[in-house]
Design a protein around this ligand. Structure first.
Ligand SMILES: [Zn+2]
Length: 308
């Protein structure tokens, strides 16, 4: 039952802030940008200003919906669904998520690093907030300003994650598989305590992962989650222990292999996905020329050339 009644002038009056809509009580018409609602008294037609992404939901199934009143206006939230077929992956792209870059290990042996500048974006907004707190007395105006910049930062990061994900999905599409680190059991793992520096903020991590998972599914790409323990401390070539050897470079004490830590991280994530999927990893365990693993400049994508 929709608890919505109509005034004489036809404008609906809300008795609640949130109104759930059963599917037989409303009809969404994306073409004509209207929603037809059945109220206890009569049918009401509401015009809506579609969100910017409504185009892509045209052929999706309309599920649960609800009307929400906020200080900014009345919104309709609709759950759209679509059935997708996930292909059998041929290989996996290993993904290592960091605060300032995302490194990908491709099945053809190449590595791609995407520079995101997330740290600078966060630092910039942190400074802005601190300035506001210093200059403006506690009260409504300060709260509003802090809220405004908080929203801007979230929008900015969301936008960044979507662009980033588009690139990852584009690179993974022909292989059909993406491997990410499983974050559900890593609360106490080494990587997130001792090595928390340079790692992506936990909120960001989950947010970014969920966007990757969602966009990958739409393209029929399988996403697998691997155990993240020791992905940056074991040699991907021989399994030996790695030690720091200069800035962000790790070296294997067993076979002498040496590479950038993010390259190693993404490589190990990819190898774990292969093992998990029952693919032999033998061809890759041949010792490789040491010291030759640098992500070349050509493989570096700058997502944001400037920021601020
Ligand atoms: Zn080694």
């Amino acid at each position: 039952m929709v608890s919505l009644s109509s005034r004489a002038n036809g404008k609906p009056v809300f008795k609640k802030e949130v109104i759930m809509l059963d599917d037989h009580l409303f009809k969404l018409d994306l073409e004509n940008r209207i929603i037809k609602l059945s109220t206890p008294n009569r049918r009401t037609v509401l015009e809506f200003y579609p969100a910017k992404h409504h185009e892509k939901f045209r052929d999706w199934r309309v599920g649960q919906a609800w009307l929400v009143r906020t200080p900014k206006g009345v919104f309709i939230n609709v759950v759209f669904s679509k059935e997708v077929e996930i292909r059998e992956p041929e290989a996996f792209v290993g993904v290592d998520l960091n605060e300032n870059n995302v490194t990908l290990s491709l099945p053809n042996g190449e590595f791609v690093q995407i520079i995101t500048h997330e740290r600078e974006i966060r630092a910039g907004y942190f400074l802005k907030r601190r300035k506001i707190q210093k200059k403006i007395r506690a009260g409504k105006r300060r709260r509003e300003l802090l809220e405004k910049y908080g929203e801007r930062e979230r929008n900015r990061l969301n936008d960044l994650y979507h662009k980033l994900t588009n690139k990852i999905v584009e690179l993974a599409e022909k292989y059909g598989g993406i491997a990410l680190e499983d974050l559900t059991e890593i609360r106490d793992s080494i990587r997130y305590s001792a090595e928390v520096n340079g790692r992506l903020h936990r909120w960001s991590f989950r947010k970014l992962q969920s966007i990757i998972e969602y966009k990958a599914k739409l393209k029929g790409i399988r996403v697998v989650f691997v155990n993240p323990a020791y992905t940056s401390s074991l040699c991907p070539v021989c399994g030996g222990k790695l030690s720091p050897n200069g800035d962000r470079v790790l070296k294997c004490s067993n076979c002498g292999f040496e590479a950038d830590r993010d390259v190693i991280g993404s490589w190990n994530v990819r190898l774990r996905a292969l093992k998990m999927w029952g693919v032999s990893v033998l061809p890759e365990s041949q010792p490789m020329k040491t010291g030759g693993w640098k992500v070349s400049r050509n493989d570096i994508y700058e997502l944001y050339a400037n920021y601020g």
